[in-house]
Design a protein around this ligand. Structure first.
Ligand SMILES: *Cc1c(COP(=O)(O)O)cnc(C)c1O
Length: 476
């Protein structure tokens, strides 16, 4: 399996070569040169496999430069109840990514039972084990630099804590994360985890990461890497749970299902697109946005118009507050028939602050073939959905999951199972839960007393040089 860049001007690479990389050298994103195919026979055999067994069968289609026995071992070590079943008790407590049926034909795929209670753990934990494996073979080390508004940073830290050869330097806006998210990150005592609380907003953190990454000499000297959502290994690990959800919601492989996905950077739903491309019988991929509706505008009218950070709203589903969707280029590459010259032209406009309109280029006529539909959800919708899911089914959902359920129900058809992806647990966004339900969010037992643990972080000014100095003093 070789991976090519969407922009067509970088040499093809194997999986291990792109594992630690971010963007391709030409600025594009990596995708398989050709999608593998899952045959009807394979689909039948896969039904009924355990999560780790299924993950191995899916991932070996994309990864052929790690020996199968090693890959299997890394997967088995990752997808265990000890890692993924922190948040549950009762009957199916030991199942990974269990499907909860709310009503006939309406399901919730629970992806948030991992260590940080957000779906990002599903891929990030595997990434931690893959990084450690490859770095130890190459006798190398890596300093991961990132910016977070909450979910990504904690997921990365819990995946990398205690890993040989890896340090994490995570920037977050001082005082801007929820109390729970802050406690999750800042209470980690592992010596390879460094929390930098920046005296600014999230965009300041992101600008510092960009400035440090653009200092190529520094980046090389200190072996700076990232784990952001464009990382291919994260996408491919997410493909697995679409299969898991499909098998759990259906009785035979003749059935088709719809998935509803609360979307920000288009990473989660990009995995759904890939699952569909390789042969999973998905009818619709329902993309839900919050007030930041750049992707809804595209799927409705073919116009992609990133908003710029000044026009990005801060909402009560903050992990979907994006100005541009960093993985979207992957889907458009497929949509335009994999013509990298077209992608170069379109993203030439995006990268210089512009927009593009595919409706006038003919390609948009094919959009229906890819199954995408979309919708938006606002704060009032979110509150109403959290309330109605609680009242009707006795289930408490978080704000992002509520966006997905709202838009999913608007686009569902009776007779086709609707699988809504649960992307976080309510405790992470407690203020909005209180506003919606006038009660405290449920707290998984494993998280008792989290906010009372001692916290460890360094306060940083909005200054890239100060961050570089901090890293240089600790990067080994
Ligand atoms: C990251 C995140 C999302 C958005 O996922 P993308 O892959 O960026 O589209 C949605 N909900 C929650 C809770 C998240 O943490």
């Amino acid at each position: 399996m070789r991976y090519i860049s969407t922009r067509g001007n970088s040499p093809p690479q194997r999986f291990r070569e792109i594992l630690l990389a971010g963007l391709a050298p030409d600025g594009g994103l990596y995708l398989p040169e050709k999608y593998p195919h899952v045959s009807a026979d394979e689909l039948s055999q896969w039904r009924g496999l355990s999560y780790p067994a299924l993950a191995f069968r899916v991932l070996e289609k994309f990864i052929d430069d790690i020996p199968a026995a090693d890959l299997k071992q890394l997967i088995d070590r990752t997808y265990t109840a000890a890692v993924y079943c922190n948040a549950r008790s009762g009957e199916n407590a030991a199942e990974i990514a269990p499907l909860r049926t709310l009503a006939p034909g309406l399901h919730l795929l629970e992806l948030s039972n991992g260590p940080t209670l957000a779906f990002k753990d599903m891929a990030m934990q595997l990434l931690g084990n893959l990084f450690e494996y490859v770095l130890s073979q190459e006798k190398s080390d890596l300093n991961i630099l990132g910016a977070t508004s909450g979910d990504t940073g904690s997921s990365a830290e819990y995946a990398m804590r205690g890993k040989q050869g890896i340090r994490v330097f995570m920037l977050s806006p001082l005082g801007k994360m929820s109390r729970f998210q802050t406690a999750q990150m800042f209470s980690l005592a592992d010596p390879n985890i460094f929390n930098l609380a920046v005296q600014g907003v999230f965009d300041d953190c992101q600008d510092i990461v960009k400035a440090v990454s653009n200092d190529h000499a520094f980046k090389k000297k200190y072996r700076i890497g990232t784990v952001n959502s464009i990382n291919w290994a994260r996408i491919v690990a997410q493909v697995v749970y679409y299969f898991k959800g499909y098998f759990a919601a259906t009785h035979s492989n003749d059935e088709r299902v719809d998935f509803s996905v609360p979307s920000g950077n288009f990473g989660n739903i990009c995995a759904g697109h890939i699952a569909r491309m390789i042969g999973l019988p998905i009818r619709k991929l329902i993309l839900a946005t919050n007030e930041n509706d750049v992707l809804d505008e595209f799927f409705k009218c073919g116009i992609y118009r990133p908003r710029g950070t000044a026009q990005t709203f801060q909402t009560s589903s903050p992990s979907m507050d994006i100005s541009k969707a960093s993985n979207f280029e992957r889907f458009v590459f497929d949509l335009v028939g994999r013509e990298s010259a077209t992608i170069r032209e379109l993203w030439g406009r995006i990268d210089s602050g512009g927009a593009f309109d595919l409706s006038r280029m003919g390609h948009f006529a094919h959009i229906a073939d890819y199954g995408f539909v979309s919708g938006t959800s606002c704060h009032a919708d979110r509150l109403a959905t959290i309330r109605s899911v609680w009242d009707r089914f006795g289930v408490m959902v978080d704000t992002h999951t509520a966006d997905g359920i709202k838009v999913g129900l608007e686009n569902s058809t009776s007779g086709i199972p609707l699988i809504c992806l649960e992307t976080a647990l309510p405790i992470k966004f407690e203020d909005t839960i209180r506003e919606a339900l006038q009660r405290e969010p449920e707290r998984p037992g494993a998280m008792d007393g989290l906010e009372d643990l001692p916290q460890r972080f360094a306060v940083m000014p909005v200054d890239a040089q100060a961050v570089k100095d901090y890293i240089a003093a600790r990067a080994g």
